[in-house]
Design a protein around this ligand. Structure first.
Ligand code: NAP
Length: 555
């Protein structure tokens, strides 16, 4: 690993009005954008990166809400491209909390000297392909223009927060907070009447952390989530040493797995063992905690009956923990398969409802009507609040790429291309948008595998594609329509077998009004995804089209 040495392109001190030329532009400063900056700098490319936030970190920069914590093991949820960073950084917990994740991100940014390449507090407002000059022209909200032959959208699947479509949000006179735009200074909940709308992964973490602090906590739940015990642990020095000795093997396992991590997996079908054995296996997994439940049986996402047995097991656990039977019943998810909505890991979520100051408001039997100046009005009446927390999620997968004008050949925008749902090749490239690359795009494994493994894979894939262009004196690369159709058919045919289709979630676009719905992520697992993506470089990018340099054409 080389430290910062090769050509760098520090941020200008004051906005410049004339277009600035680079080799490559990178949008986004999360895990994907940071690695892209490192990788392309090492390739000797002059680059400029943009980040709307005030620093690197992406989702972890914005999501500072109380209780924020990764629910993949920290060892897996970290970069694998640098053995030096693996050895120099030490995780303290099995599942790191947001402050530790930000410290890690800061460590990497300093170690690799990444920050000088970023313009922070800068939002890209448009990106357009200039056909005649074979350049991407990117404009920012600072009034600047940058141009480069290549552009990488490392904009992430979870970067556009969603406000709930409930009338009156702006009327609330108390303190309104969105989990994904949390203030940098601590919020004091002591003695306050606090409301939380949303019980996805975020809401669950907020509730278990704020419940014990608040005067009164009201949880407005529409769809209950299944959550399982995280059983987080402090990592012992012995464990950390062993991990550091074995990182190469750990990474290999992750890269060869379906989820891009070293979680337990099984080839056992649910009905291949007796009811008693099944019970023992599930009890064991529950006790073990973490992602063990997901690894008990191989067919839980394709066999609805097997899935329902596991769902019922978890419902039983909720009934055992939550003392008030009415609350317990309302917390039990029904009507969709377990794991079809993102499975959550909690530290004390169900226990929190046994606190006398924590109240569940079931918005299925008692829907929210409006947000008022004083709080939230359900059909049964108004709950007055000092603080209202929106944990209402994101316009996921496609939101960031459709939030600004991205214009390819013939004036066609990504918004137009994706009006019936996202389509791309590997979630990496778009037909009609030469030299535009995405990391963790909507037709890759995205939310279904470790985002850091995907980011590294995607950036490496882009680097290979650019190297191919340079080696062959070519100016542009772009998938053919046939390549894109073929990829989308693979995505569709595997997805139709998955039970993920049976839940209304951000995974299928159901959480945003008027958004095209459907499962467009690659559900075949990270290993298979890597195998598909490796084909083009092995066969000379047969399914991609290329253009020579304009000067070469003129000559
Ligand atoms: P989410 O899973 O989309 O959950 C949003 C919640 O808000 C849902 O419970 C939803 O209810 C509710 N909601 C939205 N509009 C509402 C309305 N009008 N009225 C009542 N309720 C409403 O979003 P999230 O919890 O922020 O999680 C998003 C993703 O972020 C996760 O799936 C995960 O990938 C990631 N994440 C990860 C971690 C981690 O690693 N530990 C932590 C947090 C988030 P309905 O379902 O009924 O619409």
């Amino acid at each position: 690993m080389a430290l910062a040495s090769t050509p760098s392109s520090p941020s200008p001190q004051s906005p410049s009005t004339s277009p600035q030329r680079r080799d490559i532009l990178i949008v986004g400063g999360g895990f994907g954008g940071m690695y892209a900056v490192y990788k392309f700098r090492e390739m000797g490319l002059q680059l400029q990166a943009f980040e709307a936030g005030g620093d690197v970190g992406g989702v972890w920069y914005w999501n500072r809400y109380p209780g924020a914590r990764v629910d993949l093991p920290s060892i897996d949820y970290s970069y694998s491209f640098s053995p030096e960073i693996e050895q120099e950084w030490t995780w303290s917990e099995q599942f790191a909390a947001q402050p530790e994740l930000l410290r890690y991100i800061d460590f990497v940014a300093k170690r690799l000297d990444l920050r000088p390449h970023f313009q922070f507090n800068t939002r890209v407002t448009s990106a357009a392909w200039d056909e005649s000059r074979q350049l991407w022209v990117v404009k920012t909200d600072r009034g600047e223009t940058y141009e480069a032959p290549y552009c990488v959208m490392a904009t992430g699947p979870l970067s556009i927060p969603k406000e709930p479509d409930i009338p009156g949000v702006k009327r609330f006179k108390g303190r309104l907070l969105h989990s994904a735009r949390w203030p940098h200074e601590p919020v004091d909940f002591t003695g306050k009447r606090v409301g939380v709308i949303g019980t996805g992964s975020t809401g669950i973490q907020v509730v278990q952390d704020v419940g014990p602090q608040a005067g009164e906590l009201f949880v407005f739940q529409r769809t209950p989530s299944f959550t399982m015990p995280m059983r987080n642990e402090t990592l012992t020095p012995e464990y950390v040493d062993e991990v550091k000795r074995n990182y190469a093997g750990i990474r290999e396992i992750a890269r060869s797995s379906t989820v891009g991590g070293s979680r337990p997996q099984s080839t056992r079908a649910f009905f291949s063992v007796t009811p008693n054995q099944r019970r023992v296996l599930l009890e064991d997994a529950w006790k073990q905690g973490g992602l063990s439940m997901l690894g008990t049986f191989a067919d839980l996402m394709v066999n609805a009956e097997a899935n329902e047995h596991v769902a019922e097991f978890v419902r039983g656990k909720i009934g055992e923990v939550v003392k008030d039977p009415k609350t317990a019943e309302a917390l039990k998810p029904k009507g969709y398969p377990i794991f079809a909505r993102r499975p959550c890991l909690d530290t004390s979520y169900y226990e929190t409802y046994n606190l006398p100051n924590v109240h569940l408001v079931d918005c299925i039997t008692d829907p929210i009507v409006e947000i008022t100046e004083k709080g939230v009005r359900n059909e049964s009446g108004e709950t007055e609040l000092d603080i209202l927390i929106l944990a209402t999620g994101y316009d996921g997968l496609t939101g960031a790429m459709m939030a600004f004008d991205v214009t390819g050949r013939d004036g066609r925008t990504v918004r137009q291309k994706w009006q019936d749902g996202p389509r791309s090749t590997f979630g990496l490239m778009l037909e009609g948008f030469p030299n535009l690359f995405m990391t963790t795009g909507p037709n890759g494994p995205s939310a279904l595998a470790n985002i850091i493994r995907i980011s590294e894979h995607d950036v490496d894939w882009i680097a290979d594609a650019i190297t191919h262009l340079k080696k062959n004196g070519l100016a542009t690369i772009e998938p053919t329509v046939q390549a894109e159709d073929a990829w989308m058919e693979i995505v569709r045919s595997i997805a139709q077998r998955s039970l993920i289709n049976k839940a209304k979630t951000w995974w299928v676009g159901a959480n945003v009004k008027d958004k095209p719905q459907g499962l467009t992520m690659f559900t075949g697992g990270f290993l298979k995804y890597r195998e598909y993506c490796a084909v083009p470089s092995a066969n000379g990018y047969r399914d991609f089209q290329f253009e020579p340099q304009m000067e070469a054409v003129a000559a």
